[in-house]
Design a protein around this ligand. Structure first.
Ligand code: TYM
Length: 334
């Protein structure tokens, strides 16, 4: 890692094949940032077990996600790509930070409220302290920037609060991280239910979510079937959530402004617009499919990336962990 570059940390849960929301909200920025920063991109499998997972399926999803990171174009020579569970410092720091986090703060977390409603049969302590593990992920590496979608903003804020609290007591131990959230596409909504975010772990309707590895005709069909109003004018407006969502997708992928896109489709109807959105999504994701197939077949290469990533992250994680352990008064190892 080069000394003069700032540090980026981000992660995705292996809770399913990532969605177009993950792509636009997070991955796209990861790819842009990989040249100018020292980046750690983790597969956060420890976060994933806050809801019940089938062990063999979780292992497969984690490996597929790591393979997808590479297929998207993240270079394992430039970035540290690794499984969170391979670096025990995450859990060790999370425990310490748990003792510097208030129940009241965690009770306010929107994601906890939503997830405990959805998984009412399993409201476990891990689900509650999830943001503390996330804070540990970030603070462990003295992270400057965290590229995420809008739904993670609150978790970033609590990570900053925890870091500031710790620093106030013990001195400048942690760097205070900043969120890096895209201007367009920070919250991509479901295609069938545009009042809720598009989510990879949402299995209620397959048509609601575009998965990064969906075949082109499937993508086109999902966009064609997406829910809109009947007004047939391509305009961005709060009372047109379906069309506004498609405009966000279109603009995030073409780098056009909303006004430019509205002008482009001023004399066209929803049919033409949906076809155009489908085309940009398909073109964007096409190269990823091919690379994913090739890489999945190369077991030895993937294994090597897993091994090297864990080594590098383990090495880096020790510096901050040791410092924190000393500050809180743990005895030195002899
Ligand atoms: P996860 O796995 O839910 O989502 C991964 C990333 O995708 C973004 N995202 C979206 N962006 C736009 N529109 C959407 N519909 C959409 N859905 C998801 C998320 O904001 C995220 O950036 N807690 C995190 C994982 C995590 C993490 C971390 C992230 C664990 N530790 C440390 C950053 C730093 C999560 O569940 O993301």
């Amino acid at each position: 890692m080069s000394e003069d570059k700032k540090i980026i940390f981000s992660g995705v849960q292996p809770s399913g094949i990532p969605s177009l929301g993950n792509y636009i909200g997070a991955f796209k920025n990861w790819l842009l940032l990989q040249n100018d920063y020292n980046c750690l991109y983790s597969i956060v499998d420890m976060h994933a077990i806050t809801v019940r997972q089938e062990p063999a399926a979780l292992r497969k999803k984690a490996r597929d996600l790591l393979t997808l990171y590479l297929a998207l174009g993240l270079d394992p020579e430039k970035n540290i790509i690794y499984y969170q569970s391979h670096v025990s410092a995450h859990a060790e720091l999370a425990w310490i930070l748990n003792c510097f986090t208030y129940m009241g703060e965690l009770n306010r977390m929107t994601q906890f409220k939503e997830k405990s409603q959805k998984h009412s049969e399993n409201i476990n302590a891990g689900l509650f302290t999830y943001p503390v593990l996330m804070a540990a992920d970030i603070l462990l590496y003295q992270t400057d920037l965290v590229p995420v979608g809008e739904d993670q903003r609150q978790h970033l804020e609590i990570a900053r609060d925890i870091a500031l609290r710790f620093n106030n007591i013990y001195g400048e131990v942690f760097k205070i991280p900043e969120a890096y959230i895209p201007k367009t596409g920070a919250k991509i909504m479901g295609l069938q239910n545009p009042s809720k975010k598009m989510s990879k772990s949402e299995s209620d309707s397959d048509n609601n979510v575009i998965y990064i590895l969906d075949e082109p005709d499937k993508i086109a069909a999902k966009i064609k079937r997406s829910v809109t109003d009947s007004d047939n004018r391509v305009i961005y407006s709060p009372d047109k959530p379906g069309i506004s969502n498609l405009l966000n997708i279109y603009c995030a992928l073409t780098a056009k402004s909303i006004e430019q896109a509205e002008d482009e489709f001023a004399s066209k109807g929803y049919g033409d617009f949906k076809a155009a959105v489908a085309e940009v999504v398909i073109e964007e994701l096409k190269p990823v499919h091919q690379r994913f197939k090739e890489l999945s077949a190369d077991k030895a290469y993937i294994d090597e990336v897993i091994k090297k990533g864990a080594e590098k992250a383990n090495y880096l994680s020790q510096k901050t962990l040791r410092k924190v352990q000393k500050k809180v008064g743990f005895p030195a190892k002899l």
